[in-house]
Design a protein around this ligand. Structure first.
Ligand code: AMP
Length: 282
Protein backbone atom coordinates (compact mmCIF):
# COMPACT_ATOMS: atom_id res chain seq x y z
CA UNK A 1 0.00 0.00 0.00
CA UNK A 2 1.22 3.48 -0.88
CA UNK A 3 0.58 6.68 1.01
CA UNK A 4 0.41 9.95 -0.90
CA UNK A 5 0.14 13.35 0.75
CA UNK A 6 0.24 15.53 -2.36
CA UNK A 7 -2.04 15.87 -5.37
CA UNK A 8 0.93 15.44 -7.74
CA UNK A 9 2.10 12.33 -5.89
CA UNK A 10 -1.34 10.78 -6.08
CA UNK A 11 -1.62 11.56 -9.80
CA UNK A 12 1.76 9.87 -10.38
CA UNK A 13 0.73 6.83 -8.33
CA UNK A 14 -2.49 6.45 -10.31
CA UNK A 15 -0.95 7.06 -13.73
CA UNK A 16 -0.15 3.45 -14.59
CA UNK A 17 -3.55 2.25 -13.33
CA UNK A 18 -5.26 4.85 -15.46
CA UNK A 19 -3.31 4.06 -18.62
CA UNK A 20 -3.95 0.32 -18.06
CA UNK A 21 -7.69 1.24 -17.92
CA UNK A 22 -7.99 -0.15 -14.40
CA UNK A 23 -11.21 0.56 -12.50
CA UNK A 24 -10.50 3.06 -9.73
CA UNK A 25 -12.62 3.07 -6.56
CA UNK A 26 -12.59 5.83 -3.98
CA UNK A 27 -13.64 5.96 -0.31
CA UNK A 28 -13.48 9.44 1.23
CA UNK A 29 -13.07 9.48 5.03
CA UNK A 30 -11.99 11.72 7.86
CA UNK A 31 -9.97 8.89 9.42
CA UNK A 32 -10.29 7.32 12.87
CA UNK A 33 -11.41 4.32 10.90
CA UNK A 34 -13.84 1.68 12.12
CA UNK A 35 -15.79 -1.22 10.58
CA UNK A 36 -18.18 1.25 8.91
CA UNK A 37 -15.34 2.72 6.85
CA UNK A 38 -13.76 -0.68 6.26
CA UNK A 39 -17.05 -2.07 4.93
CA UNK A 40 -16.91 0.62 2.23
CA UNK A 41 -13.36 -0.38 1.32
CA UNK A 42 -14.47 -4.02 1.07
CA UNK A 43 -17.36 -3.01 -1.21
CA UNK A 44 -14.90 -1.04 -3.35
CA UNK A 45 -12.54 -4.03 -3.55
CA UNK A 46 -15.37 -6.16 -4.97
CA UNK A 47 -15.77 -4.08 -8.13
CA UNK A 48 -12.59 -2.02 -8.47
CA UNK A 49 -9.00 -2.86 -9.40
CA UNK A 50 -7.43 -0.04 -7.43
CA UNK A 51 -8.92 1.39 -4.23
CA UNK A 52 -7.98 4.84 -2.97
CA UNK A 53 -9.00 5.88 0.56
CA UNK A 54 -8.65 9.52 1.54
CA UNK A 55 -8.07 10.58 5.12
CA UNK A 56 -8.73 14.27 5.47
CA UNK A 57 -10.39 16.08 8.35
CA UNK A 58 -12.01 18.77 6.26
CA UNK A 59 -12.17 22.12 8.07
CA UNK A 60 -14.80 23.62 5.73
CA UNK A 61 -17.50 21.18 6.86
CA UNK A 62 -17.15 21.99 10.57
CA UNK A 63 -19.03 24.90 12.15
CA UNK A 64 -17.14 27.43 14.29
CA UNK A 65 -18.20 25.76 17.55
CA UNK A 66 -17.81 22.19 16.34
CA UNK A 67 -15.10 19.59 16.97
CA UNK A 68 -12.61 20.20 14.12
CA UNK A 69 -9.65 20.68 16.47
CA UNK A 70 -10.56 17.74 18.70
CA UNK A 71 -11.64 15.35 15.93
CA UNK A 72 -9.75 12.06 16.56
CA UNK A 73 -6.64 11.71 14.39
CA UNK A 74 -5.31 8.14 14.61
CA UNK A 75 -2.90 7.82 11.68
CA UNK A 76 -0.92 4.71 12.73
CA UNK A 77 -4.01 2.70 13.55
CA UNK A 78 -5.81 3.82 10.38
CA UNK A 79 -2.97 2.92 8.04
CA UNK A 80 -2.62 -0.55 9.62
CA UNK A 81 -6.37 -1.18 9.21
CA UNK A 82 -6.15 -0.09 5.57
CA UNK A 83 -3.21 -2.43 4.88
CA UNK A 84 -5.23 -5.28 6.42
CA UNK A 85 -8.32 -4.58 4.31
CA UNK A 86 -6.34 -4.34 1.07
CA UNK A 87 -6.48 -0.62 0.32
CA UNK A 88 -4.04 0.26 -2.48
CA UNK A 89 -3.41 3.96 -1.90
CA UNK A 90 -4.08 6.28 1.04
CA UNK A 91 -4.44 9.92 0.09
CA UNK A 92 -3.76 11.99 3.21
CA UNK A 93 -3.30 15.62 2.20
CA UNK A 94 -2.66 18.54 4.54
CA UNK A 95 -5.19 21.35 4.84
CA UNK A 96 -2.74 23.57 2.90
CA UNK A 97 -2.54 20.99 0.10
CA UNK A 98 -6.32 20.94 -0.27
CA UNK A 99 -6.98 24.63 0.32
CA UNK A 100 -4.05 26.54 -1.15
CA UNK A 101 -5.59 29.93 -0.55
CA UNK A 102 -7.71 30.57 2.51
CA UNK A 103 -10.37 31.64 3.11
CA UNK A 104 -11.96 29.56 0.38
CA UNK A 105 -14.19 31.68 -1.85
CA UNK A 106 -15.74 29.01 -4.07
CA UNK A 107 -19.00 27.37 -3.06
CA UNK A 108 -20.64 24.17 -4.24
CA UNK A 109 -24.10 24.50 -2.82
CA UNK A 110 -26.92 22.00 -3.15
CA UNK A 111 -30.16 23.76 -2.26
CA UNK A 112 -33.48 22.30 -1.10
CA UNK A 113 -32.46 18.98 0.43
CA UNK A 114 -29.91 20.80 2.61
CA UNK A 115 -32.61 22.98 4.22
CA UNK A 116 -33.69 20.11 6.48
CA UNK A 117 -32.18 17.73 9.07
CA UNK A 118 -28.38 18.19 9.48
CA UNK A 119 -28.44 20.98 6.90
CA UNK A 120 -30.75 22.99 9.16
CA UNK A 121 -28.90 22.24 12.39
CA UNK A 122 -25.35 22.56 10.98
CA UNK A 123 -25.42 25.66 8.73
CA UNK A 124 -22.81 25.46 5.97
CA UNK A 125 -21.96 21.83 6.75
CA UNK A 126 -23.12 20.43 3.41
CA UNK A 127 -21.46 23.29 1.48
CA UNK A 128 -18.21 22.11 3.06
CA UNK A 129 -18.96 18.48 2.23
CA UNK A 130 -19.94 19.29 -1.36
CA UNK A 131 -16.80 21.38 -1.87
CA UNK A 132 -14.35 18.83 -0.48
CA UNK A 133 -15.98 15.85 -2.20
CA UNK A 134 -16.01 17.70 -5.53
CA UNK A 135 -12.32 18.53 -5.08
CA UNK A 136 -11.50 14.96 -4.10
CA UNK A 137 -13.42 13.59 -7.10
CA UNK A 138 -11.43 15.90 -9.39
CA UNK A 139 -8.16 14.88 -7.75
CA UNK A 140 -8.76 11.10 -7.66
CA UNK A 141 -10.99 10.85 -10.76
CA UNK A 142 -12.50 7.56 -9.61
CA UNK A 143 -14.96 5.43 -11.57
CA UNK A 144 -16.84 4.58 -8.37
CA UNK A 145 -17.11 6.34 -5.01
CA UNK A 146 -18.43 4.67 -1.86
CA UNK A 147 -20.44 6.32 0.92
CA UNK A 148 -22.30 5.07 4.00
CA UNK A 149 -26.07 5.27 4.43
CA UNK A 150 -25.43 6.27 8.03
CA UNK A 151 -24.98 9.75 6.58
CA UNK A 152 -28.14 9.43 4.49
CA UNK A 153 -28.49 13.13 3.71
CA UNK A 154 -24.82 13.35 2.72
CA UNK A 155 -25.30 10.59 0.13
CA UNK A 156 -28.31 12.47 -1.28
CA UNK A 157 -26.30 15.70 -1.48
CA UNK A 158 -23.37 13.99 -3.20
CA UNK A 159 -25.64 12.20 -5.70
CA UNK A 160 -27.36 15.51 -6.46
CA UNK A 161 -24.25 17.53 -7.29
CA UNK A 162 -22.68 14.61 -9.18
CA UNK A 163 -25.76 14.62 -11.42
CA UNK A 164 -26.05 18.40 -11.67
CA UNK A 165 -22.35 18.96 -12.42
CA UNK A 166 -22.10 15.93 -14.76
CA UNK A 167 -19.28 14.48 -12.71
CA UNK A 168 -18.04 11.26 -14.22
CA UNK A 169 -18.33 9.03 -11.15
CA UNK A 170 -20.86 6.49 -9.93
CA UNK A 171 -21.87 6.95 -6.30
CA UNK A 172 -22.56 3.74 -4.37
CA UNK A 173 -24.22 3.79 -0.94
CA UNK A 174 -23.69 0.99 1.57
CA UNK A 175 -25.67 0.00 4.69
CA UNK A 176 -24.91 1.31 8.17
CA UNK A 177 -22.57 -0.88 10.19
CA UNK A 178 -23.53 -1.15 13.87
CA UNK A 179 -22.03 -2.31 17.13
CA UNK A 180 -23.59 -5.50 18.57
CA UNK A 181 -25.94 -3.41 20.69
CA UNK A 182 -27.18 -1.55 17.61
CA UNK A 183 -25.28 1.73 17.98
CA UNK A 184 -24.25 2.98 14.54
CA UNK A 185 -20.44 3.01 14.41
CA UNK A 186 -19.07 6.54 14.33
CA UNK A 187 -15.77 8.21 15.06
CA UNK A 188 -17.68 10.44 17.47
CA UNK A 189 -18.70 7.43 19.62
CA UNK A 190 -15.20 7.71 21.09
CA UNK A 191 -16.26 10.95 22.81
CA UNK A 192 -18.85 9.06 24.91
CA UNK A 193 -18.04 8.19 28.52
CA UNK A 194 -19.04 4.72 29.80
CA UNK A 195 -22.42 5.89 31.05
CA UNK A 196 -23.24 7.69 27.79
CA UNK A 197 -22.05 4.72 25.73
CA UNK A 198 -24.54 2.53 27.64
CA UNK A 199 -27.39 4.94 26.81
CA UNK A 200 -26.41 5.51 23.16
CA UNK A 201 -28.00 2.32 21.69
CA UNK A 202 -31.41 3.74 22.64
CA UNK A 203 -31.36 5.68 19.37
CA UNK A 204 -31.42 2.56 17.22
CA UNK A 205 -33.73 0.73 19.64
CA UNK A 206 -36.24 3.58 19.45
CA UNK A 207 -35.98 3.57 15.65
CA UNK A 208 -36.72 -0.16 15.55
CA UNK A 209 -39.69 0.26 17.89
CA UNK A 210 -40.93 3.13 15.75
CA UNK A 211 -40.68 1.00 12.62
CA UNK A 212 -42.81 -1.69 14.27
CA UNK A 213 -45.38 0.86 15.39
CA UNK A 214 -45.58 2.36 11.88
CA UNK A 215 -46.03 -1.08 10.37
CA UNK A 216 -48.79 -1.76 12.89
CA UNK A 217 -50.61 1.36 11.68
CA UNK A 218 -49.70 3.98 14.31
CA UNK A 219 -49.78 7.52 12.90
CA UNK A 220 -46.39 8.94 11.90
CA UNK A 221 -46.69 12.04 14.13
CA UNK A 222 -47.38 9.84 17.14
CA UNK A 223 -44.44 7.58 16.31
CA UNK A 224 -42.04 10.54 16.00
CA UNK A 225 -43.33 11.94 19.29
CA UNK A 226 -42.76 8.52 20.90
CA UNK A 227 -39.10 8.46 19.78
CA UNK A 228 -38.51 11.97 21.14
CA UNK A 229 -40.08 11.22 24.50
CA UNK A 230 -38.17 7.96 24.86
CA UNK A 231 -34.82 9.55 24.03
CA UNK A 232 -35.41 12.53 26.33
CA UNK A 233 -36.37 10.18 29.17
CA UNK A 234 -33.09 8.24 28.92
CA UNK A 235 -30.98 11.41 28.85
CA UNK A 236 -30.65 12.72 25.29
CA UNK A 237 -31.23 16.27 24.21
CA UNK A 238 -33.00 16.16 20.87
CA UNK A 239 -31.73 17.95 17.80
CA UNK A 240 -34.34 16.46 15.46
CA UNK A 241 -36.58 13.43 15.07
CA UNK A 242 -38.19 13.55 11.66
CA UNK A 243 -39.35 11.48 8.71
CA UNK A 244 -38.94 12.02 4.98
CA UNK A 245 -39.20 9.95 1.84
CA UNK A 246 -35.95 8.38 0.57
CA UNK A 247 -35.72 11.41 -1.78
CA UNK A 248 -35.91 13.70 1.27
CA UNK A 249 -39.33 15.09 0.37
CA UNK A 250 -42.15 15.42 2.92
CA UNK A 251 -44.16 12.26 3.61
CA UNK A 252 -47.58 12.09 1.96
CA UNK A 253 -50.31 9.85 3.38
CA UNK A 254 -49.93 7.43 0.44
CA UNK A 255 -46.15 6.97 0.88
CA UNK A 256 -45.02 3.46 1.76
CA UNK A 257 -41.30 4.26 1.96
CA UNK A 258 -40.43 6.26 5.05
CA UNK A 259 -37.00 7.13 6.39
CA UNK A 260 -36.84 8.00 10.09
CA UNK A 261 -34.04 10.36 11.08
CA UNK A 262 -32.64 11.10 14.53
CA UNK A 263 -29.96 13.54 15.68
CA UNK A 264 -29.54 13.78 19.44
CA UNK A 265 -26.89 14.74 21.92
CA UNK A 266 -25.51 12.91 24.94
CA UNK A 267 -23.59 15.54 26.84
CA UNK A 268 -21.67 17.36 24.12
CA UNK A 269 -21.58 14.41 21.70
CA UNK A 270 -23.98 14.63 18.78
CA UNK A 271 -25.08 11.29 17.33
CA UNK A 272 -27.11 10.65 14.19
CA UNK A 273 -28.90 7.62 12.84
CA UNK A 274 -31.66 6.73 10.41
CA UNK A 275 -33.85 3.79 9.49
CA UNK A 276 -35.60 3.10 6.19
CA UNK A 277 -39.04 1.62 6.86
CA UNK A 278 -41.11 0.01 4.15
CA UNK A 279 -44.79 -0.02 5.02
CA UNK A 280 -46.78 -3.00 3.87
CA UNK A 281 -50.05 -1.86 2.39
CA UNK A 282 -53.21 -3.94 2.74
P1 AMP B 1 -16.44 9.99 7.99
O1 AMP B 1 -15.05 9.52 8.23
O2 AMP B 1 -17.29 10.06 9.21
O3 AMP B 1 -16.50 11.22 7.12
O4 AMP B 1 -17.12 8.85 7.12
C1 AMP B 1 -16.56 8.43 5.89
C2 AMP B 1 -17.54 7.53 5.20
O5 AMP B 1 -17.82 6.41 6.02
C3 AMP B 1 -18.89 8.22 4.93
O6 AMP B 1 -19.37 7.83 3.66
C4 AMP B 1 -19.76 7.68 6.03
O7 AMP B 1 -21.12 7.65 5.69
C5 AMP B 1 -19.21 6.27 6.16
N1 AMP B 1 -19.55 5.71 7.46
C6 AMP B 1 -19.32 6.24 8.68
N2 AMP B 1 -19.84 5.47 9.65
C7 AMP B 1 -20.43 4.42 9.03
C8 AMP B 1 -21.14 3.27 9.47
N3 AMP B 1 -21.37 3.04 10.76
N4 AMP B 1 -21.60 2.40 8.54
C9 AMP B 1 -21.38 2.63 7.23
N5 AMP B 1 -20.71 3.68 6.74
C10 AMP B 1 -20.24 4.57 7.62
Amino acid sequence: MKTETTIHGLAASLQSARSAKKIIGFVPTMGNLHEGHLSLVREAKKICDVVVVSIFVNPTQFGPNEDFENYPRTWEQDSQLLVDVGCDIIFAPSVEQMYVKQPVVTRIQVTGITDILCGASRPGHFDGVALVVTKLFNIVQPHYAFFGQKDFQQVAVVKQFVQDLNLNVEVIASPTIRAEDGLALSSRNGYLNAQERAIAPNIYQSLLQAAQALQAGTALAEVLHGIKEHLKRVGFSIDYVEAFTPDLTPIQSTDTDVVLFVAAKLGTTRLIDNLHVKLITA
